[in-house]
Every structure is written in C-alpha cells, then in structure tokens.
Ligand binder design. Structure first.
Ligand code: NAD
Ligand code: TYD
Length: 359
C-alpha cells in the first residue's frame, strides 16, 4: 500500500467517483471504495480506475456492519468519507423507504462501526482519524426570493423524504461528536453537476433528452432556483475539509451560481446549439412544462463565507464554464451514457462481483 488509506462510501456514484479521481491525483493515499452498486452506482464510472493499484473496490452495503467492521480492521483507514446515499428527490417521493434505510440506518451503522474502530485506535492514529459526512443544502428547507442564503446556523426544515432522511443522518453524525467525541466533519453542499452524473438529475437529463430529440420536461413554471456547484469544485472543498476542517464543524459548500431551472434549460439548449447544432427543430423547442413535483422547494442559496474564511476554499468554475465542460463531457462519452441507460452493465457487475463477497 502507498501513502495511507481512506475509506470512501458510494465511490461508484456521481460525486464519489469524481472524488476518487481528485484524491488519487492529489496525493499518495490508497482508497477503499465501498459501494452497493444500486441503480445509481455504475461500474462504468470507474473504468479508468480498474488498473489503479491504489483503488480497492468492495461491493457491499453500508448497513452491513459485519462487512464494514471487517473492512475497517483489514485496511485501517485514517478517514472515512461518506457519500453513499439514495440521492434523488423524485425517487424519494415514489419510494421513501430505501432513503430511510440507507441514509438514516446506513449512516447510523457506519457511525457505530467507525466509533468502535476509532475507540480502539491509539496515539496519533486516534488523533488524526476523521469521519466526513457529505450532506446537502436541502436540509435547510426552502427560501423565499428575498431571504438570506443558508448559513451553517440556519435551522433545519427539510421538506422531502430525501432531505428529511439526510437531515436525520446529519443529526446523528452531530450527536456522535457531542456524545462520544467521534471526530466528525459535515459538509452541506448545493446542487452538483459535471461528468458522470446519472441522467435522472436535471442537467444530464436535459442534455441527453435534447440530443435524442425528446421533450425537455420542466416541472411547473420552471422558476425554482438552485445554486449550481461544479463537481470538481465540490471535490476540492471536501479535500480541504478533510485536511483542515475542525472536528464537530459543518461547512456549507456552494457554487455561487443561483439560477432558475428554466434558465438552466435554456442555457443547456444554447450551449448544445453551439457545440452540437440541432439538425432540425432548435433544441429549445423541445421544452415542455409538466406537472410540478409535490412539495417542490422554491429556492436554495448558500452562504459560503465560513469555508472561505476558515479554509480558503472558493469555487473556480462559473456556471457558464462548468456547464460548457459538462456538455462537452456528455458529447464525448456516448458509450458511458449507453452503459448507464440500460441494465446491461449492472448485470455484468452482478455476474462478475456478486459471488465474490468482501475483499
Ligand atoms: P449518487 O446517487 O450518484 O450515488 C450514490 C452512490 O451510493 C451510488 O454509487 C450507490 O450505489 C451508493 N449506495 C447507495 N446506497 C448504498 C448503500 N446502502 N451502501 C453502499 N453504497 C450505497 O449520489 P451523488 O449525487 O454522488 O451524491 C453523493 C452524496 O452527496 C450523497 O450523500 C448526496 O446526498 C450528497 N449530495 C449530492 C448532491 C448532488 O447534487 N448530487 C447535492 C448535495 C448533496
Ligand atoms: P434535481 O436535479 O432532481 O435536483 P434537486 O431536486 O435535488 O434539486 O432537480 C433540480 C431542479 O430541477 C429541481 O427544482 C427539480 C427540477 N427538475 C425539472 O424541472 N425537471 C426534471 O425532469 C428534473 C429531473 C428536475
């Protein structure tokens, strides 16, 4: 093994796989990647890491305490970076149970395993251990047009089963610091976008639908506002928090790029017209307003002054530059899209890894 080892959960998902690349490039650490490979965890997200000796993939569930305990004992990580979650609001509306199971129970079990492992560490190993929990701005609820942006001190007010489950996990993480002294760090970030995002989320869905001449379904009036954070900027922020964050603290991470959904979709259409001009009707003509999401939060916005001041982190990309890179990535990777939009690649992973069990 090179460097030290960190355990990443959910590293086959969108942000997790970007973080793996970021961290492997930034330093000498080995990463053990524990992922259940749900519909959102794609082995195709890790293709270029297959021959990377500093990446160890373990297929498994964070709810499986025996497995997690065995991973901690075997690899002795100095940190856990916890991405694994059910992450899609619309799916949480149709089927909330998985969200409670993975986001609440799974995070609790992981914390319990981490607490047991950490309590058996000694000296500097114990002092430098960190549990970094990746969460969302959605725990703070919905803002009105003139409200101040969410700060770390904003009271929680989650509105969807997804955000409620993430809020639950944040509270448990917090309690493990206050009660047991487990050195936890929490990041609450805004909407991410960039390479490898599963095309159920707004930006990749719109890019791929437009390229396929399918309708671009905008919920309701499309005036809901999100703050868009380029995934590489987010990974950079997580790295800084892991290196320099203060145990027990939470850090808000945002892109400083508030934008209404309809403007996001129009910008995607304009970017596509430039990079891959439509053959017939303009992409914009595919925009279709559809029935709104129940309980749809109107506006999210992040006050990121704390992480800027304490850790010197700022996003590098503007929404224009980040979106352009994202569209370019989807145009350059049709094979990836093909692999994640069919069930074939998951069948392959089941065939290849299903019977192998823990590493
Ligand atoms: P994702 O849905 O793309 O990936 C989640 C990953 O977790 C998948 O690889 C999946 O297989 C894995 N996973 C799910 N349940 C598991 C379990 N029980 N055990 C092990 N692995 C499991 O999610 P993402 O967009 O990469 O989000 C990562 C984290 O960031 C999540 O905690 C999410 O709540 C948070 N977050 C995401 C965004 C965003 O815009 N994507 C914004 C704010 C916060
Ligand atoms: P999404 O990417 O699902 O992220 P979140 O719900 O976590 O913010 O959605 C971003 C915004 O886009 C949200 O306001 C819902 C809206 N949206 C649509 O209008 N149409 C769609 O097809 C999707 C998936 C989302």
């Amino acid at each position: 093994m090179f460097g030290e080892t960190i355990l990443v959960t959910g590293g086959a998902g969108f942000i997790g796989c970007n973080f793996l690349r970021h961290w492997l490039k930034a330093g000498p650490d080995t990463i053990v990647n524990l992922d259940k490979l749900t519909y959102a965890g794609n082995f195709g997200n890790l293709t270029d890491l297959q021959n990377e000796s500093r990446h160890v993939f373990v297929r498994g569930d964070i709810c499986d305490s025996e497995l997690v305990d065995s991973i901690l004992e075997r690899y002795r990580p100095r940190a856990i970076v916890h991405f694994a979650a059910e992450s899609h609001v619309d799916r949480s509306i149709h089927g909330p149970e998985d969200f409670i199971q993975t986001n609440v129970v799974g995070t609790f079990r992981l914390l319990e395993s981490a607490r047991g492992y950490w309590s058996r560490l000694a000296g500097t190993d114990k002092d430098k251990f960190r549990f970094l929990h990746v969460s969302t701005d959605e725990v703070y609820g919905s803002l009105g047009p003139d409200d101040l942006a969410f700060a770390e001190t904003t009271p929680y007010s989650p509105n969807s089963p997804y955000s409620a489950s993430k809020a639950g996990s944040d509270h448990i993480v917090r309690a493990y610091f206050h009660t047991y002294g487990l050195p936890v760090l929490t990041t609450n970030c805004s909407n991410n976008y960039g390479p490898y995002q599963f095309p159920e989320k707004l930006i990749p869905l719109m890019v791929l639908n437009a390229l396929n001449g399918k309708p671009l379904p905008v919920y309701g009036d499309g005036q809901q506002i999100r703050d868009w954070l380029y995934v590489e900027d987010h990974c950079q922020a997580i790295g800084e928090v892991l290196k320099k964050g203060k145990p027990g603290q939470t850090y808000n991470v945002g892109g400083g790029a508030e934008c209404a959904n309809i403007d996001v979709v129009n910008t995607i259409c304009a970017t596509l017209e430039e990079l891959h001009p439509s053959a017939g009707q303009p992409y914009r003509s595919l925009i279709t307003h559809v029935t709104d999401r129940p309980g749809h939060d109107r506006r999210y916005a992040m006050d990121t002054r704390y992480i800027q001041r304490e850790l010197g982190w700022m996003p590098r990309e503007t929404f224009q530059t980040g979106l352009r890179k994202t569209v370019q990535w989807y145009l350059a990777n049709p094979e990836w899209t093909k692999s994640v939009t069919t069930g074939e690649y998951r069948n392959w992973v089941s065939t290849n890894y299903g019977a192998r069990g823990a590493a």
